[in-house]
Design a protein around this ligand. Structure first.
Ligand code: ZN
Ligand code: ZN
Length: 382
């Protein structure tokens, strides 16, 4: 069973702030609470769903992971952290090594590392883009919308209300880190992590900024235009360096991971860079030969059919396929010839064919045992 979208469950916008989330949750939780719906299994299931959605979306870290990777990002059964979580996309191929050259940046670098305070790279965000078959062939310029964390415009990222003074964080004493002693099987160990109160800044505003509630960051919807290179395929993930969440403590921005979806085309089948097509021609065209005009990826192309072409003949148009996304080389275009057997012939046409079969039959008789196709046809219509 596929899970419903958490934002949809709570009926809120993807950019909803904490307050909106909370009030949406409270309203729904009251409505579907088991005490108010005794014995109603459906209400109970909905209540569970609402709670799960709120648990994820009210937690900054979990919400970020959900925004990026969907349910797989917050599934406790999914592999934790690092590249493994990419599996959440289901069969998507990361081609960041390919695309990074287009945008001059590094590739996918996994999730934000927890631990020491100080500059930290922002998280990656995700968006989808849909292309037609033709656009995948020729490349396209597309507008893409997504949400990302940015510096709060009201306080310029400081988290302090205008005119508010800033004082040392009580939780960490200004170091930005807290040390935790863990008692384990093998004795004590000390773990250092970023102070949750000041997020590693070491100081906090006396009066938090009303826009971001002191976080210094806000989630904003952004629309950017992206040039998608020719040759992309369904399932590719394109990395746009520095278009993700803003970093902590002046750390670099995360990336935008753009998932590419390509529509199918009834005329063509794509396999890697090659494209396959079936073309029908008449019995006469196959027999006598002809020049066909067929659809290529880049417009009409002329294809010379040799006299005596057999059904199922495959013709290769070298370089007629998709361009390599790295910018060198092209695939081929394969055309399979389907020969249509004529139907509903009139009397004259039938007579002409019989005469034709007769002439072929004579030849077959001369060749005795080796009767051949037309000899058999003659036998059949006698
Ligand atoms: Zn602010
Ligand atoms: Zn602190």
């Amino acid at each position: 069973m596929s899970k419903r979208d958490y934002y949809e469950i709570l009926g809120v916008d993807r950019g909803a702030d904490d307050k909106t989330l909370k009030s949406a949750y409270r309203k729904l939780a009251m409505k579907y609470h088991p005490d108010k719906n005794p014995g109603d299994k459906e209400a109970e299931a909905t209540f569970k769903e609402i709670n799960e959605a709120y648990e994820i979306l009210s937690d900054e870290e979990k919400r970020r992971r959900y925004d990026q990777f969907g349910h797989a990002g917050v599934d406790p059964n999914a592999s934790a952290g690092g590249y493994g979580d990419f599996g959440g996309f289901g069969g998507f191929e990361d081609v960041s090594d390919i695309f990074s050259s287009f945008f001059g940046g590094g590739g996918f670098s996994g999730f934000g590392q927890s631990g020491s305070a100080g500059p930290r790279r922002g998280n990656d965000v995700q968006a989808d883009v849909h292309l037609s078959f033709k656009e995948a062939y020729s490349g396209a310029s597309k507008e893409v919308s997504f949400y990302r964390l940015e510096d709060c415009p009201t306080c310029s990222g400081t988290g302090a209300a205008q005119g508010s003074s800033v004082s040392t964080c009580d939780t960490c004493g200004g170091t930005g880190q807290i040390r935790e002693v863990e008692h384990g099987l093998f004795g004590q160990s000390i773990r250092v992590r970023t102070c949750p109160t000041c997020k590693g800044r070491g100081e906090k505003p006396d009066e938090p900024c009303p826009t971001c509630k002191g976080k210094g960051k806000v989630r904003k919807r952004r629309t950017i235009r992206v040039n998608i290179p020719a040759g992309v395929d369904n399932g590719h993930v394109m990395t746009l360096s520095g278009e993700g969440d803003i970093g902590e403590q002046g750390g670099p921005k995360g990336d935008l991971l753009l998932r590419i979806f390509v529509s199918t085309d009834s005329r063509f089948k794509r396999q890697g860079l090659d494209v396959f097509q079936e073309v029908s021609l008449s019995f006469t065209q196959a027999t006598l030969g002809d020049e066909l005009e067929i659809d290529g990826l880049d417009g009409k192309i002329k294809l010379r059919v040799e006299a005596g072409s057999q059904p199922g003949t495959v013709r290769r148009i070298s370089g007629g396929g998709f361009p390599n996304v790295r910018g060198y080389g092209k695939g081929d275009h394969y055309v399979t010839l389907n020969v249509e057997v004529p139907k509903n012939l009139n009397h004259e046409q039938k007579e002409a064919l019989k005469a034709f079969a007769g002439s072929m039959g004579e030849k077959a008789t001369k060749e005795k045992e080796n009767k051949g196709f037309f000899g058999k046809v003659k036998d059949a219509i006698k």
